[in-house]
Write a protein that binds this ligand. Sequence first.
Ligand code: ADP
Length: 504
Amino acid sequence: MKKYFVDILNFFKQLKISNLLKSLRFRFFIIVFATGFLSCIIMHILILQSYEDRAVNVKSNEVQTQLRILADHLLKYDNYLNNPTSTVINAELDMLANLYDGRVMVINDNLKVVKDTYNISQGKTIISVEVVNCLKEGSKGALSKYDQGNGYIEMITPIIETKGYGEGDVSEKGEKEVVRGVLLTSVSTDSIETTLDILSKRAQLIEGIITLVIFVYAALVSIGLLQPFTRITAAINDVKAGYTDEPIVGPNYFETEQIIRAFNALLKRMKVLNDSRQEFVSNVSHELKTPITSMKVLADSLLAQDNVPNEVYKDFMTDIVSEIDREDKIINDLLSLVKMDKTAADLNITNVDVVELVEIVCKRLRPIAVKHNIELTLESKRAITAEIDEVKISLVIMNLVENAIKYNKDQGQVKVELDADHQFFTVKVMDTGEGIPEYALYHIYERFYRVDKSRSRQIGGTGLGLAIAKNAVLMHRGTIDVESKPDVGTTFTVKIPLIYTNPK
Ligand code: ADP
């Protein structure tokens, strides 16, 4: 409960007047409150309205019945419609008028008022459409009209005499109705209005109480129902502040679950991005290390010898310069990769002599092979030119040959075979090394995966080489396969299309 009030307090603290309309909580409150309040008002109006309709209806029916009885009486007193002297009828008319707090006028078929309980219009002629209609149409012309503004009901009741006609046979005899006059009555609806007033006042009091209850209810509901959003904001703030990077959990509504799911997905993506950034740094170091290793080997072997002939010196220095060039090329390539979006990093496709490219790679790695007592041979079955990214495919071949040397036995062999058909060129890198166990074959392309971690680290492997190679091959829409037998050797086969097709 205490937390509830703290939340409410925080909500009002954070809320500026300008933000009030933007607040979901405030809008929710207004909707709940307005719905409750409006239903209350509508109910008030409808109940009073239907009471009024019903009360007017009941009163009209009651008075109409009395008037019909009176009309029948009236006909029994002969000639009342011409000479209204009957004290009985007059007393009945006055009584009816008093009872219903109204006025009754008896009008004959000449439209002449023969009796008026107000004694105002006696002897006058009434020309009213409704009265004339009623005289013409008889019971069909009977009418009840409620004048709400002036607070009375006006009624027109026909005075009908039923006369028999015909003689002899039954089929010739009958009865017909003759309208002898009409009763024009108005009754006050003051009593209905008084009741309406009392009802309305009571309803207002109840409305006031209900409005107060709805106000409190709307406030509690709007704060309570939107509580999960407050919790999500707090959890997101925790992640933002760095207290945690765990996914948000919590039993919530469907909508808040959607938000949580989206946020957790975002969190996961951020983690992946962070990981891949770290991987990228490792990739960079890995790629830069290889030429430096070659240069060091070349320089060391020069240093190790005394009185090196000038030609050998030049030869070694040329190799060192080409390693520096390669290093420079890789750095430039990486820099341009960094500048570009990772996914949009386009390949630098040119027409490349693949045999020459593989020869250069082998030449670069030969010093390392020699150092490891490995025989490195290259066999090309034909001249091959292909549309490829020279740097990336060099990286592929370099990684495969370097691995074949690194994971080989002493006095082992590495054979690079080049071939092509009309669609693809194939590079096979075969070694007589330790091989890769079967369970590991599915994982070797994963970043940082190494079969024997400590040995691989000793050798200088980071577990990135094959991941880089696979990425580069896939970017060329090629394939990379491996076959390996432990203690016999490993063969990597790379197949790349001769003509590059842009996937976009
Ligand atoms: P690393 O930098 O460790 O060489 P790679 O991604 O190039 O990383 O290779 C992943 C793992 O696959 C290596 O650690 C090694 O265990 C195994 N591997 C790769 N090539 C060979 C090979 N020719 N012979 C035996 N094992 C290999």
